[in-house]
Design a protein around this ligand. Structure first.
Ligand code: ADP
Length: 463
């Protein structure tokens, strides 16, 4: 059974029980009230009937007069003499006949309890009052006044109809209200269920507009948040998937190129008639391409470890000057070979980070600087700024135009693919720099003017 039907039936049954109980109780209460009012009434009426009957003359008209009194009062009257024998009984029809003799215990009762006795006779549904008479002109000694309880309960017939009509109208209204109410409660639940089903089917563009401040409204908001989250997660997954595909395509491409060159060099070497100089040239080309593949794998491993290994960075305190000196030692010859000046202006700064990885960062930046500078100088500087050491690598090279700056640190991004490959670049150097600095909680910055040179800088916390 649906929630809606359960709710509707619960309301209907509860209200029908409630209304029936209240109606039955009301009818019972009114019956009792009418009976007690009837008892009071019969006592009062018996009193004035006694007074009237006491004054009747015992002549031929006695019974006629008595009958008129009975008809006018609506009671059945029976009169007994002082021996308890029935003396007169009016009216002459409708009621069961009164007993001919007044019971002796009743008479004794008068002696004990005074002038008035009321009997609620449940056997024959009669209400009876007895009283003593003190007749002036006749021999009547006891008066018995009887009325059918039906007459007392007469008003209840109308009341009962009012109650029953009210009851049926209420039940009808209850049915209507409970169906509408349960519908209004379950409608948003059905909407929620539909939305949840659509979300589980992958339709995350679903958005519920339930303008409610109750629990259902809260649930709808949670569902909308969940759909939003799934939508962004899905988009992110799609983006990652595309990125991964692109990454694999790039790697394949990057490896295929040097492999082609190596294969070409080997083919040439197989040829007869090459002089020593030519052979050395092909061997050198093959060697360079092998080194390039090596570098590519080294960079890929660094990036992969950055993505997956929490232990990738092992921080400690170290002197940045030592690292810079080492970089100078290994890269200055290359710069000098190109006719470039190699300047360093770095003091003894103790910084906190992973020395090997910072060395790799500087190596990549300086290698690029040398690669993309044909005249002028390369400069590494370090200065203190807000309790941090700012390390800068500056060159007077070809520079980078504005439109490339945003994507410069993306994997395999190059401003000039052919030139980069010619120079043995992998297209991963700057993304490795970015990953290492990210893991240090630092950022790489770049400023460049095409034709004038570039400036890359980052900072490290002082120890
Ligand atoms: P690559 O192996 O090609 O050098 P990088 O990620 O290190 O890959 O650099 C990406 C691209 O950024 C380079 O191909 C080059 O176009 C540009 N670039 C990097 N450093 C410099 C620089 N100092 N001067 C001019 N261009 C640079």
């Amino acid at each position: 059974m649906s929630i809606r039907a359960k709710l509707a039936w619960t309301f209907i049954l509860l209200l029908i029980f409630g209304i029936t109980a209240i109606s039955s109780y009301s009818i019972l209460f009114i019956r009792n009230y009418l009976l007690s009012e009837g008892e009071k009434q019969i006592i009062n009426d018996t009193r004035w009937l006694a007074i009237t009957i006491q004054n009747l003359r015992s002549d031929d008209d006695f019974e006629t007069n008595l009958n008129e009194i009975a008809t006018a009062s609506g009671y059945r009257l029976a009169i007994y003499d002082e021996n308890g024998l029935l003396y007169a009984e009016v009216p002459f029809h409708e009621f069961p006949e009164a007993s001919r003799q007044l019971e002796s215990d009743l008479r004794e009762n008068f002696v004990r309890n005074g002038a008035m006795i009321v009997e609620d006779n449940t056997n024959n549904d009669l209400l009876v009052a007895y009283t003593l008479l003190m007749p002036i002109h006749n021999a009547a000694a006891y008066l018995k006044v009887t009325i059918h309880k039906e007459l007392i309960y007469e008003p209840i017939k109308t009341i009962r109809w009012i109650i029953y009509t009210g009851m049926f109208i209420s039940i009808g209204l209850v049915l209507l209200v409970s169906i509408t109410f349960s519908r209004s409660i379950t409608l948003p639940i059905l909407q929620l269920e539909k939305a949840a089903r659509e979300i589980s089917d992958g339709n995350t563009n679903q958005s519920l507009n339930l303008d409610r401040s109750d629990e259902i409204g809260t649930l709808a908001k949670s569902l909308n948040r969940m759909a939003d989250r799934l939508r962004t997660d899905n988009l992110e997954l799609k983006r990652l998937y595309q990125k991964q595909n692109q990454f694999f395509a790039d790697i394949t491409h990057e490896i295929r190129n040097p492999l082609h060159t190596i294969a070409g060099s080997l083919e040439m070497l197989k040829m007869s008639g090459l002089d020593k100089e030519q052979k050395e040239k092909y061997i050198l080309t093959a060697e360079r391409q092998t080194q390039r593949i090596n570098r590519l794998f080294k960079d890929l491993v660094t990036l992969q470890r950055y993505d997956s290994d929490d232990q990738f960075i092992q921080k400690q305190t170290f002197d940045i000057q030592k690292i810079v000196s080492f970089i100078r030692e290994i890269l200055e010859p290359e710069a000098l070979e190109k006719g470039l000046q190699f300047n360093t202006n770095v003091g003894h700064f103790n910084v906190y980070g992973d020395p090997d990885k910072i060395e790799q960062v500087l190596e990549n930046l300086v290698t690029n600087a040398i690669k993309f500078t044909s005249e002028g100088s390369i400069e590494i500087t370090a200065r203190e700024e807000n309790e941090k050491v700012v390390l800068e690598v500056k060159d007077t090279g070809i520079g980078i135009s504005e439109e490339h700056l945003d994507r410069l640190f993306d994997r395999f991004y190059r401003t000039d693919k052919a030139r980069s490959r010619d120079k043995g670049g992998t297209g991963l150097g700057l993304s490795v720099v970015k990953s290492i600095l990210d893991a240090h909680g630092s950022e790489i910055h770049v400023e460049s003017t095409p034709g004038e040179g570039s400036r890359f800088w980052f900072n490290l916390p002082m120890s």
